[in-house]
Design a protein around this ligand. Structure first.
Ligand code: GUN
Length: 293
């Protein structure tokens, strides 16, 4: 069994990005600038956005964090997005999800300029991804592809089962794993909350990508020998013995499933750090595309 070490690979990628930034600096060129908007005080979202900003510092990017109160109206947020669209110094930006209920997420995502949409959530970019056109691939799916590639995991002709149909992970992942090329060329089954007898499907999987958010959902008896496991779950589970009062738990019963797996991502230290590294990669790409502006 091989651990797909997202922490290590993401550090390698950050070092590669830093080397690119150093070259830009040496040539006196502008370094990439990422902005993040966060609305409200959700603890997990604040943690993720904080990690994204710290990662920018680590690779030499400029970063801007825009914190807006929980009571922010849709109009106020759209105004802020338009400001970032027009700010020539900002190369890319993200709006951290989820948003408070008074704000229509689809309207928000449609307002982001696609050329600055480093999350790849705008329908124009999502459509390009689905059509194999060059674009920003959402950071988590992009990170999973990168992990499969760097560990040389065979996906050609394999049966990939994706658990969860979210717009951020499950849906794009199902598209990417079925596309021509490597990683890809898989036969994909996308399962979700209405799927019946999910264990009979997961037992047939060569590769399982779980993005469900239910701690320890996937048990050893639900998988076959030599399965490849990608665990995207990151749920905070209360644990009084831990200094923070919680532990981050994945969708997969790691202790038992790992005994049957050929490759497996740990939680934490698997997909999570890869998401941040690929957001940086998309931001570098956005900067390259905006050169001269
Ligand atoms: N919320 C959970 N994952 C993500 C992500 O990748 N991007 C944004 N903007 N919000 C998220």
């Amino acid at each position: 069994m091989t651990i797909l070490d997202g922490k290590k690979v993401s550090n390698d990628i950050k070092n590669e990005i830093k080397a690119e930034v150093d070259k830009l600096k040496a040539r006196g060129e502008k370094v990439p600038h990422l902005a993040a908007i966060i609305v409200g005080n959700d603890g997990a979202s604040l943690t993720y956005v904080g990690s994204k900003v710290r990662a920018c510092e680590r690779v030499g990017f400029e970063s801007t964090l825009v914190k807006m109160p929980e009571t922010t109206s849709e109009l106020e947020l759209l105004k802020k997005i338009k400001e970032l669209n027009e700010d020539n110094d900002i190369d890319g930006f993200i709006v951290q999800l989820p948003l408070p209920p008074q704000i229509d997420t689809q309207k928000v995502l449609l307002t982001v300029n696609p050329s600055k949409d480093v999350d790849g959530f705008h329908p124009e970019n999502f459509g390009k991804m689905a059509l194999d056109m060059s674009t920003f691939i959402p950071a988590t799916p992009f990170g999973i592809l990168e992990l499969l590639e760097r560990y040389n995991v065979e996906t050609n002709g394999k049966h990939t089962v994706v658990i969860g149909r979210s717009h951020i992970v499950g849906r794009p992942m199902s598209i990417l794993m079925s596309r021509k090329g490597w990683p890809g060329n898989s036969t994909v089954t996308l399962t979700h909350s209405c799927t019946k007898n999910i264990a009979t499907i997961t037992k047939q999987a060569d590769i399982i990508i779980s993005a469900l958010g239910v701690p320890n959902f996937l048990k050893a008896e639900m998988v076959k020998d030599d399965v490849v496991i990608i665990d995207v779950g990151i749920t905070r589970v209360e644990d009084a013995t831990h200094p923070k009062g919680y532990v981050i738990t994945g969708d997969v019963d790691f202790e038992n499933v790992s005994k049957k797996a050929s490759f497996i991502t740990p939680v934490p230290g698997g997909v999570g750090p890869m998401t941040i590294a690929m957001l940086l990669k998309n931001t570098l790409l956005a900067r390259e595309q905006r050169k001269g502006s």
